[in-house]
Design a protein around this ligand. Structure first.
Ligand code: APR
Length: 248
């Protein structure tokens, strides 16, 4: 049983949680930078950049179609980490925001109310011309037309690629500016701007906590670090927060 030795008198009221691929690993989704991670089989510049899409859209569609199909298979479901966050969110309505770098829908399926997909969503497609966002079919390809402008060859996965601006950054920085706790779960801390959120939170005096399988690239910036698989570590940490007294 993990012991969380934080000197908190009361339960934090404005909690921002950042999640990465590690939170979905126990749901059967591959992470990126592990020895068996997605970036071992695929070159980032081929499948996760606007230039790669312009060069070979069919290859990029195949990469995301395979991930989308896997996400919708019966054995991929939210794990206890997604469920504990969603349940806590419902209990402390309005006090918890989850910002995920993940493009899967496991936080959504767990019932997370306040959720930002800063790197986009696998289950959505976006027209590069009109910006219209729609539900992605299981198999997206160049022949499909945008519902809005009627053009073909313009639909792309609604994913933020390397070199593009993540989504809803104003809302995220606003939430960080008044956070009293920042928790980073299952991310290696290699990709900015998300890797800079701990520093932002430290600057406003928030309590910063890393929950990960192993130390990340930014571990030294966190005030508290706890290591283990998210499926057991996150529910235990949420349980610890739940038991803290609520300030009067
Ligand atoms: N529980 C907790 N943490 C885990 C688990 C687990 N079961 N399994 C793996 N991890 C940790 C790893 O130790 C690693 O630190 O999760 C982290 C996953 O790191 P990455 O594969 O780099 O994924 P992430 O940090 O989400 O990547 C950030 O990079 O490729 C881009 O846009 C993509 O959103 C992604 C971004």
């Amino acid at each position: 049983m993990q012991h969380f030795d934080l000197p908190l008198k009361n339960r934090p009221k404005n909690i921002v949680v950042l999640t990465g691929a590690g939170i979905s690993q126990e749901s059967g989704i591959r992470t990126f930078r592990a020895a068996d991670g997605l970036w071992e089989d695929h070159r980032i510049e081929d499948v996760a950049t606007p230039e790669g899409f312009a060069r070979d859209p069919a290859l990029v569609h195949r990469f995301y179609n395979a991930r989308r199909q896997h996400l919708q298979s019966d054995d991929v479901v939210p794990n206890p980490a997604h469920l504990a966050l969603a349940e806590f969110d419902q209990a402390v309505s309005g006090q918890l925001l989850v910002v995920t770098q993940n493009v899967d829908d496991l936080h959504d399926r767990a019932g997370q109310a306040q959720l930002i997909h800063m790197h986009g969503e696998l289950l959505k497609a976006r027209c590069a011309v009109s910006g219209h966002v729609t539900r992605a079919p299981l198999v997206l390809d160049e022949s499909m037309k945008c519902d809005c402008c009627g053009l073909s060859e313009t639909l792309r996965p609604d994913i933020v690629w390397f070199g593009e601006m993540p989504m809803e950054m104003d809302r995220i920085y606003q939430a960080l500016s008044c956070a009293d706790m920042f928790i980073s779960i299952g991310t290696s801390g290699n990709v900015y701007p998300a890797a800079g959120f701990c520093r932002e939170a430290n600057q406003v005096g928030a309590c910063t906590v890393e929950l990960n399988l192993e130390p990340s690239s930014t571990s030294s910036e966190f005030q508290y670090t706890f290591y283990g698989p998210a499926g057991s570590l996150v529910p235990a940490f949420i349980d610890y927060l739940k038991r803290l007294p609520v300030a009067g």
